[in-house]
Write a protein that binds this ligand. Structure first.
Ligand code: G3D
Length: 194
């Protein structure tokens, strides 16, 4: 009964689902978030803060946190992990040189564990790591000549090694929005499935 109720609540939009967007600087994170917000099929709410936006996809609401990708900010990524259901990793598909850095950041992030303080008399606190988060990799800038395919990026990031959580790679172009509706559909299907 509880599971059924949870699924119904996801379908009918009773809950916000937390999403974080990560990726190296210049990958296209901000452009993608802007595209999500301007798609006709997506209803939006006014900006909540400078880096968090609410996106509603057929009554499923996502709170999307755009986290800066510069090297100095990457150390702060883990402070956003708590309760995250989906991690969107944006990759500049033309940036072959830094794909290895992206790979390291991704696997380091997924391995991150933070044991919150727990008192025996209290119920256990929610997990603070990305234990239950699904991963969506956006192979962005597909419009550019020589860009790597989604399959190449998947291989280079060794996504096949991720076995404990759902993941998906989507080719896209943030400038035209191509590939983004399919991404939102996948995100929705993940949270409804849970
Ligand atoms: P970030 O938020 O990850 O740092 P931005 O990245 O969204 O600021 O994008 C960085 C640059 O890449 C921007 O160019 C943006 O227009 C461009 N860009 C983003 N997505 C695409 C895409 O799909 N195709 C192409 N060709 N360019 C893209 P500027 O020139 O403003 O720095």
């Amino acid at each position: 009964m509880g599971l059924l109720l949870t699924k119904l609540m996801a379908v009918f939009g009773d809950k916000d689902h937390k999403v974080i967007i990560v990726g190296l600087d210049n990958a296209g994170k901000t452009t993608i978030l802007y595209q999500f917000l301007t798609k006709e099929t997506v209803q939006t709410s006014p900006t909540i803060g400078s880096n968090v936006e609410e996106i509603s996809v057929r009554k499923t609401r996502f709170l999307v946190w755009d986290i800066g990708g510069q090297e100095s900010l990457r150390a702060t990524w883990n402070s956003y992990f708590c309760n995250t259901e989906i991690v969107i990793l944006v990759v500049d598909s033309t940036d072959r040189e830094r794909l290895n850095v992206t790979k390291e950041e991704l696997h380091c992030m997924l391995a991150h564990e933070l044991a919150p303080p727990h008192h025996a008399a209290l119920p256990p606190p929610p997990p603070q790591d990305l234990h239950e988060a699904a991963v969506l990799v956006l192979a962005n800038k597909q419009d550019m000549k020589g860009s790597m395919t989604a399959a190449e990026i998947s291989r280079s990031l060794t996504l096949g090694a991720i076995t404990a959580r759902p993941w998906h790679v989507q080719a896209c172009c943030a400038l035209t929005g191509e590939g983004l509706p399919a991404s939102l559909d996948w995100m929705r299907s993940r949270v409804v499935a849970n």
